[in-house]
Design a protein. Sequence first.
Length: 591
Amino acid sequence: MDGAPSSGHCYDSAAMSAEDPPAAGDETTVRTKQNFIQAIVQQDIAAGKNDGKLVTRFPPEPNGYLHVGHAKAICLNFGLAEEFGGRCNLRFDDTNPAKEEQEYVDSIQSDIAWLGFDWGGQELYASNYFEQLYAMAEQLIGKGVAYVCDLSPEQTREYRGTVTKVGTDSPFRDRTVEENLDYFRRMRAGEFEDGARTLRAKIDMASPNMNMRDPVMYRILRATHHRTGDTWCVYPMYDFAHGQSDAIEGVSHSLCTLEFENHRPLYDWFLDHLDLRARPEQTEFARLNLTYTITSKRKLLELVEGRHVSGWDDPRMPTIQGLRRRGYTPESVREFCSRIGVARFNSTVDMVQLENALRDDLNQRAERRMAVLRPLKVVIENYPEDKLEEREAINNPEDESAGTRSIPLTREIYIERDDFREDAPRKYFRLAPDRDVRLRYGYVIHCNEVVKDERGEVTELRCTYLPETADGQPPEDGRKVKGIIHWVSAAHGVTAEVRLYDHLFSTPHPGDVPEGGDCKDNLNPSSLEVLQGCRLERGLADAKPGDRYQFERLGYFSVDPIDSRPDSLVFNRAVSLRDSWAKIEKKGSKK
């Protein structure tokens, strides 16, 4: 979860934070002011609250994989601790063994470490405090503000009422303290069946806040816990365990997303009735909503179980595992979280901001290579058959220290099929019959002949090159050549599979469906295109899983860490380039 626990700051949801998100697509925003949470923390430290110490926490439930929304919470909590010299606890709120597994614990730790944060090797668990939490429950029973209830789950929901109808007191609400202690201890001893009894807080069944209508604190659940095994058969509910765990750990600032604002009175109620020294202060912030995707753990699980994606680490998924496999860097994710800021109200961030954070990062660090994804053979007829020419290419124009590399030019090369048009518009500056184009780091070539198969499909181009045009020199006859295309030697290229990923959903707000609809109805059927037989520059033969490159004119690509092998390379497109070809072609097609 993004967070939740007890007592603290409440804000007018209409109020603007010092750092509200920039407009969609505004990747140039530079943040220099404090966000409202930073301001609160600074004021509290200056006032000597919690002895001037800052303790935050990131409290995931180990029942699934983290997504990009969790990345925002991680960066916020760990970032505040770094900024103010405090501590951020990693605490797993493992109160539901029926859905929690060690696999999720391991993946969560891996994701946080990948993002670059450190919890000092001291991960904590709510299960560490099961005995203390149980004692707190008995304490509340002893004060007469908690009782054992025999209503079934269905009856409990019925008695709770609705937002327009007050609830009804349980017939077991007035049991004596002695009866409640006896039943609660027998619950722990395993005397009753699952669901037969619960422990509930005695608050107010007429409260307008549904969370305050005698909420369940403990339920009977026979399931093997991934840490405590079968020691317990009663488990605390999340709302009971969370705030008290914060208090036990001395958390000073409990940061959670806005959906927990209505839970805060309950957390405060528990703290008010328990003898705890620490008083965590809860502050709510807006969760991350991102266009063209969803971050509901339940809905993401449906995608996985329904085989709409290949798994939690599918590169189309908004999970951190998916982003990692797609080719995102931890620096780009952290930069994205910094750019969008922390606000007091919910809004939706355009996916382009996440993509631009990656582009900006990889533009500085990714070495350039040439790759042809949809190969079309070109034979340069006046180039000697036995000639091999090594052309010098720049590895990264943004980084002089990256140096240069050598790429082989031969008589037969491959170009992108999209870089040739038999019937080209006037402002199409790539290759066409009887037209010229310059090869990147090579010569100007002229298309003389188009070879087709029996179906009329273009299979080969016959061209000639202008020897005087090496190293960017213009043709001697003064002709103007505007287009530059990339290429790969047919004899020296590397064959690979390339996966082109697009948005998982076809609409910006896939969760907005009519009544009875399903967000899966908005899945993008073109979210993945797999290209076989792609031809890559020879230097990519040594690419390792996780290596990232810019394929010139095509985008940023990463070697798939799962499916790629030295003898069977697989590249994932992490993000496309910002380029103007689409606009040029659109204009050209109208003329």
